[in-house]
Design a protein around this ligand. Sequence first.
Ligand code: GLN
Length: 524
Amino acid sequence: MSGLGKGITAASIGRLLMNRGYRVTAIKIDPYINIDAGLMSPFQHGEVYVLKDGGEVDLDLGNYERFLDVELTREHNITTGKVYKTVIEKERRGEYLGKTVQIIPHITDEIKRRIRSVSREGGNEICLVEVGGTVGDIESMPFLEAMRQLRHEESGNIFFVHVTLAPTTMDGEQKTKPTQHSVKEMRGLGLQPDMIAVRCEKPLLPETKQKIAHFCDVPIEAVISCHDADDIYQVPLQLEKEGLSTYLMKEMRLFPLDERKDWDELVRKMDSPRGQVLVAIVGKYTASSQCTDTMEDAYLSIREALKHAGIESGFRPLISWIDAEELNHGAPEIMLREFDGILVPGGFGSRGTEGKMKAVEYARTRKVPYLGICFGMQLAVVEFARNVLGLVGANSTEFGDTQHPVIALLPEQEGLREMGATMRLGNYAAHLLEGSLAHRIYGSTDIVERHRHRYEVNPSYIDAMEEKGLIFSGRNGDLMEIAEISDHPFFFASQFHPEMRSRPGRPSPPFLAFVEAMAERRAR
Ligand code: GLN
């Protein structure tokens, strides 16, 4: 079922195989009818993750990129919407030659075609396929049927891991009934798991494992305890201890080609920080997102990027979520006083913008380290225009007409928008100003980062702003990519989303510099 940690389990399995020297890729299947995650609410489904090709996908793809240190494309996220769209278009072109088009075989064939085509690209040796949803859901039926067919067609090269839940009763007993029932349900569809990964609070007791093995027809070594971990990066090590990769490799006749230890070292480093820093993330939090879990999912990659920077620098960032609307009605001097740094993340819509700008103003004038991402850069520009240039009512045209449209839609540039209907999506290059903060933190004058936005800095205001100290140190032609203030310990804002390319062991340069600046401030 959703929220169980299938994605992390799959990503961890991939990492373990990668540690043994294999080239691993991943596919996420989302049985919903949406074509992609582009129009889905981050507060309901978690953040919309953006890939290099501009694909707007489920956040699990971000976990795959981070755990496997790969760059995926939109083809790695298969949805019911994509599958049906292809089949219906084919039908309209007459390619089914007058046959009746049906779920079996036409939809299932298209699912298998997509899985095979991704698996075979670029020398991959192992492909993880995560089937989202719950066994028994109507939506996931065609996908599970396609898996059943694949097992026959690719006999011996398929391994099924079933992720289940073993809840604990009040008196600490681990219950196996839900696992038994879902395996039974799977078998009804013709699928017998090769391994059962059991999510549970505490490590599975030997007798619980025995019971699951017995009732579900798998050897006891194939029952893996996936108990709660303090951090998702510990999960691969936990699963290794459980003997997961040894069993899986034996069953798949794979030999270890390598013995990589970098993940172990990463976790060791993560678990022994030198200190911590307090960071405020000022965002628009809806009533339904009041719980930290939802918030963390809506800004998952930012949290991860902060973590990567924390591991590298030795200073673990502790995040507080500050509601921009509350900030607008409250006093920033009080609400933001304790923090070593302020981060304004990406966002859409006018709610909370005034509060976010109060946070920017506070960071700018009090010289508190500031990292602005996408919307966080646009608002930094608006704040600067209003409060430094004195342009009363300056704003982004995202919120209607204004006398001073410092953020606006630009006339379409040739070839630029071809990938998304209206948004600038995916990888774009930026050229950095020599000697700037941006240049220093990236250690290069040419970078590539991921984008997801519609509005741009209006070029007609650039000279005036630079004159007053807001420097556009990263550019892509007429498009402003980075804004920074030099007379400030750390004020860095980007139109792109650096968090999407951050990796454990290879933190995003702006995030690393931000955490270091926070640590310096704290030391002072
Ligand atoms: N709403 C802004 C735009 O569309 C910023 C988007 C974002 O922060 N991802 O340009």
